[in-house]
Each structure stands twice: as C-alpha cells, then as structure tokens.
Design a protein around this ligand. Sequence first.
Ligand code: GUN
Length: 299
Amino acid sequence: MATVIDGKAVAAGVVEQVTAASAAFEVETGTKPGLAVVIVGNDPASHVYVSSKSRMAKQCGFKSVQHTLPEDTSQEDLEALIDRLNADPEIHGILVQLPLPDHLDSAPVIQSIRPEKDVDGLHVVNAGKLMTGDLEGGLISCTPAGAMLFVRNTHGSDLSGLNAVVIGRSNLFGKPMAALLLAANATVTTAHSRTKDLAGVCRNADILVAAVGRPQMVKADWVKPGATVIDVGINRIDAPERGEGKTRLVGDVAFDECAEVADVITPVPGGVGPMTIAMLMANTVIAATRSKGLKPPSF
Ligand code: GUN
C-alpha cells in the first residue's frame, strides 16, 4: 500500500509559515498584506471557494476584501473595479474567481490585473516567466505550485533522470505544472485527450499527475510500480451506497487500485485541494513583501 499524502497537514504547514511572514511584514511596514477576491454571479460552488479564500486570508492576518458583484455586471464595470484594485496600495493580491458568467470575457479581465498583483499566476507575464524558468521573479499558479510542493517533499528539488507525465494541458494547471517539473530537471510529457496509448505513456511515469476532470480514469495498470501519483481531479459522482440521491467526490485516479501499485499517492478529497488556498496565501505574502522591496519567503 502506498504512502498517502496528507494535503491538509502540508497545507497547514504552509499557512503557518504564511501567518508568520504576514506578522513580520506588518511589524516591518505597518501594513498588512492585502488580498482582494472578486466574484461575479451566483454559482454556489464558486461562492463556497471564495468564502474559504476570504476566511483563510483573515486567518493569515491579511487585510481581506471580498467584492461580490451581481450576475449582470458589465465588462466595463468589472474592469473598472480591477483598475481601482490595481491602484490601491493596500491591495497586494487580486483574484477574480473563474468561471465568470457567460456574457463576460475572462481573458481581458485577467490580463488587466497588474502582474505583480496576479496571485493566481494567470497573467501572460507570470506564465511567461514560468515558461522561461524564472521561478523567482513571477507568481506561480496556485494549484500547480501546491502539487509541486508534494513532488519536492517526495523526491527533493532535483528530478534529474525521472520521467514525469502530466495528463491535461490547461493554462490553469497542465501547462504550468509541466513547466515546474521541467524546471526541476524532470523529463516531461504532457498528455491529453488526443494522446495515443495514454495508458502506455502513463506507465512510463515516475511522477504521474492527473488533471483531466474524468472520474477515476487512471487505472492501476496505467501506474508504474513505485510511482508517485498526484491527483488534481475533483469530480462529484453518484453514491447510491450512501443512500438514495447521495453523491461523493472522487479524483481522476481510481484511488484504491492505484494505491496498490504506487509508492506515494494523493487522496481526493484531502490531497491537492487544500494546497490551492494555502498557495494563494503564499503568493499574497510574496507579492506584498516584493511590493516593499523586501525579500519574500520561499515555500
Ligand atoms: N476556479 C477554480 N479554480 C480556480 C483558481 O485556481 N483560480 C480562480 N481564479 N478561479 C478558479
């Protein structure tokens, strides 16, 4: 049976480090790190995520501001809010919760955030810094940064000689994850829905990262014996065994069978999930310290 990574415990360690860095920042500058979270519309899942982000920001000792805008907000009004937050010296990090309602175009909104305040790491300047191997100068997308912390805790910071396979090629996760693994010297394959013999490609992976959004797609015979398996999927499936109409959360990996083959594996829930918010807090304190010309903490 594989070692199961406790994402909540690792995330709690990051939050503890952030809280200490936030307190030190306040002593040194007389201000708190400031995080603004913007949500548009009524998507219930997004509201749950945003509430936990705002709550965690307060717990870390930040100035935490939440802007809840109505479903019919115009593109101009949303971009005007971003302009105000960009200019606000007390706000060091800005996050616009995605997805936005259909009538809004998210790309110009995200690209209008000042890169130094883009704690989601989605601005092309931050994506470009990551792609060119400048890991110190920009801000790195939170979920891949969290997944990478697990990889580093397991294998150290030099992945020379290891094969890594990332299933999924999104801008939010797959691409930045592949870039982080490559920057750590892994030999990286980005696989996706058009990949031929996906199972065979995955069987070659010492580090297998799944982010496809297909419940329990990765089976035991896709996993190389002794591999590290990181599951980024969060899928809600029917769970009739829990009673009529009940559901449960599962990842992209068939956990029980893959845990028999892997050396290290992350669970869902309780694996990568808790890391995303923790790394958002980390990015905010990094952005705040940089804004004052101070040395940012590293995570
Ligand atoms: N919606 C789901 N995940 C994320 C995320 O990491 N950042 C933002 N902004 N929205 C999301």
